[in-house]
Design a binder for this molecule. Sequence first.
Ligand code: NAP
Length: 488
Amino acid sequence: MSRGDMAKPLLGHGSTEGDPSITPASGRTIGVLGSGDFARSLAIRLVCSGFKVVVGSRNPKRKANLFPSAAEVTFQAEAVKKTDVIFVAVYREHYSTLCDLADVLAGKILVDVSNNMEINHHKESNAEYLASLFPACTVVKGFNVVSAWTLQSGARDGNKQVLICSNNQEAKRTVAEIAQVMGFTPVDMGCMSSASEIENIPLRLLPAWKIPIFLALGLFLCFFTYNLIRQVIHPFIREQKNKFYKIPIEVVNTTLPCVSYVMLSLVYLPGVLAACSQLYYGTKYRRFPDWLDQWLQHRKQIGLLSFFCAALHAVYSLCLPMRRSHRYLLIETAVKQAMEKKMNIWVEEEVWRMEIYISVGIIALGLLSLLAITSLPSIANSLNWREFSFVQSSLGFIALVVSTLHTLTYGWSRAFDENQYKFYLPPTYTLTLLVPCTVIIAKVIFSLPCIRHRLLRIRRGWEKGRYVKFVLPSATGEYSSGETSSNV
Ligand code: NAP
């Protein structure tokens, strides 16, 4: 990164200008204990954001040339004396070596930026441990979710949020101001008991993706085995034909759309189940079971994986004619037809089926791409609630219907051809239709005026069997009150 880039503040100071609630924090002196990767990136960003920086090192002479010339690099005790806010950029296991500084640190704000190697590695969080070592200081947990690299590359590429927690509101506000001036978005996570949670965040590996990925892999394995039996094992056992060459492309390519299609329907199935539950209990205030809650929360990831499989299916399909096996089979068929003196091989029905199948498939992929793009936070944030729900709910449902048409045109009349039942197993597409068709039928039923109306009322707070107060004018013109059941 060029020095010129680093000289620019992340958001520009303009973002805080004119906001009277934000005290100009830049200009104050900030201390950094440690001279490692994080300390260096932090010092550079602080200097570029207009702060004076003083770095405390055990060996300032050796480390001084690693820091920008505007930052002062000195001994730890010297650095601490010059500032009230100190970022502790050393590892937890070295905190105790700072205990000699306890007197000079007293009354100052210590920002704990440390992370652990494992989730819940220690009983108490690093920040709480630091606070216990320096009871005369105010400890604020923060900046640990930002990597040294993000500090350098800034708002353009990295995560902009800085999670902060502390038992001292004033200290938390001071650190939040510093983060803001540096171009980050401070997020108040409450008091110090949240520190463990904040320290675990950088260690989590795709937490929201685990269930959807296992689901996709499970479905892939099931459909792959099913297709393998039908396309490879059956001809091998029944006709002694070697079709093993089909495994890498053909079997995978018949498996991917199955996974994509079923996953897409699984995005909309929990909504259907939730609506059924609301209709059955006549209230929206009853908690869904945990598994349904989890499922509802993972819909975005399930949808994105569905799109991923659909995109792979499209690429695999485009590659089908490139295969040697395809060329050999084509020539073999041509030779056979020539020997049989067949001139016209045009089958009108097959031609139409294929044209419609491909066209509908392209539309389905286009709709899925739109859903995937609009689920990206930067795009989703630019849509209002109605636009977002139109794309994700209405267009999503249309994508499911179009995918169903794509599957039906692929299957055509094969479900009624007994030759298609290998080892009595029905064609794969008939299995994949099960969940999507259930969802589509349920959605159609929910759109019937009587059910739609009831569901809308429930979602606006109406409850079955709830007694509401009503007020009626009496014959004398006075009002009398009574109670009735709202569902009567
Ligand atoms: P580092 O490169 O190893 O630097 C650690 C620094 O600690 C050393 O340069 C050393 O500076 C100082 N230190 C003080 N007392 C020490 C002692 N007794 N033994 C060894 N070193 C001592 O580590 P880092 O990557 O900068 O990480 C520093 C802290 O930031 C860690 O708590 C880490 O979890 C946190 N963090 C790092 C990142 C990142 O991307 N690197 C991201 C988030 C959080 P002197 O020799 O000058 O005293």
